[in-house]
Design a binder for this molecule. Structure first.
Ligand code: NAD
Length: 298
């Protein structure tokens, strides 16, 4: 979609980090932007920032894990501005914990936001795009959607699913000659608020008690143990979300499917692909956090 000027964009998870930066960047391209997020105060702040810079935006509180909420977002967008031209399904949460230790509620929460949020966004906004024969969808996955680092099983599972969903969607859009483009955004490490994802965990996804499993443990970052504050510091030193936003704008304009924000994990991804091609049993691999530590040292 070469011409963005005057068109309409929706960005979920738009109040913070990557989503916020993309909302600002799209508004700077003279798009009218619907900023959607579960957290009201930073949502208001983002909309005010866009307006302060001369852009046009409306903020809508939305929980992407809830279909009714996303369908209401689509209705409000249509009412305020018209049908969406660009939709970025970006809202996401992350935490640590081994597959055996993370409780079921945390699994539900991670999949509900990271995967179902994307499914809901596509189900809500795609039909009108196909009907009009144009539009672009950006789904935020992660390099974790191409890797299998331990201690982040719920997150990895959600992001692998977003990768598979997005590839299938792109193929279907081509097959149907729909005119709708798809981008699968796979960020490396970006300096955002993702390490504090617990702030937005809905009550219904909280562990009600200690009896959900033998090693019941919330997905709250505590699994990162003593390393968690060091990781938080390292996160702060990662890529500027504004740089990612620039890349997203470029990908929408040029209809680029794969969008990796850097080449940090290329070697690890190649290693995994080589195992698959050789049908080989994987040996112990480098951990994503080790990769971040290495980057922090360089
Ligand atoms: N930061 C990174 O290093 C990194 C790397 C790979 C992928 N990602 C992905 O990027 C996306 C954006 O994350 P970020 O890093 O900017 O983190 P962030 O925490 O700064 O932003 C995430 C936003 O999503 C919102 N959100 C959370 N739950 C929601 C819900 N149920 N409904 C609506 N909004 C909700 C939050 O309020 C927040 O504004 C996520 O999908 C994340 O998995 C981030």
């Amino acid at each position: 979609m070469e011409q963005l000027n005057g068109r309409i964009a929706v960005v979920t998870g738009g109040a913070s980090g990557i989503g916020r930066a993309v909302a600002l960047a799209l508004a700077a391209e003279s798009m009218r932007v619907v900023v959607a997020d579960i957290e009201q105060p930073p949502l208001d702040a983002t909309v005010a920032e866009i307006a302060g810079a001369g852009g046009i935006a409306v903020g809508i509180v939305c929980d992407v894990s809830d279909w009714e909420s996303v369908d209401a977002l689509r209705a409000r967008c249509t009412e305020e501005f018209g049908p969406a031209d660009v939709v970025m399904n970006n809202a996401g949460v992350a935490g640590g914990g081994s597959i055996s230790a993370v409780d079921l509620k945390a699994w539900e929460w991670t999949l509900a936001v990271n995967l179902w949020g994307v499914i809901h966004g596509v189900k809500a906004f795609l039909p009108a795009m196909v009907e009009r024969g144009e539009g672009h969808i950006v789904n935020t996955a992660s390099i974790a959607g191409h890797l299998t680092s331990t201690g982040m099983g719920a997150y990895n599972t959600s992001k692998h699913a977003v990768v598979g969903f997005s590839e299938t969607l792109q193929q279907e859009m081509l097959e149907g000659d729909t005119g709708v483009g798809v981008t699968c955004l796979c960020p490396g490490f970006v300096a955002t608020n993702i390490i504090n994802s617990e702030r937005n965990r809905q009550e219904r996804y909280r562990d009600p008690g200690p009896d959900l499993g033998p090693d019941d443990d919330d997905l709250d970052g505590t699994a990162l143990g003593d390393a968690s504050s060091a990781i938080a510091d390292l996160y702060g030193a990662q890529m500027d979300p504004a740089k990612v936003a620039e890349q997203v704008v470029g990908a929408v304009r040029t209809n680029q499917f794969w969008l990796f924000t850097d080449d940090l994990a290329d070697g690890m991804i190649r290693e995994r692909h080589a195992d698959i091609e050789r049908k080989a049993t994987p040996t112990k691999r480098t951990h994503l956090v080790e990769l971040m530590m290495l980057k922090g040292d360089s």
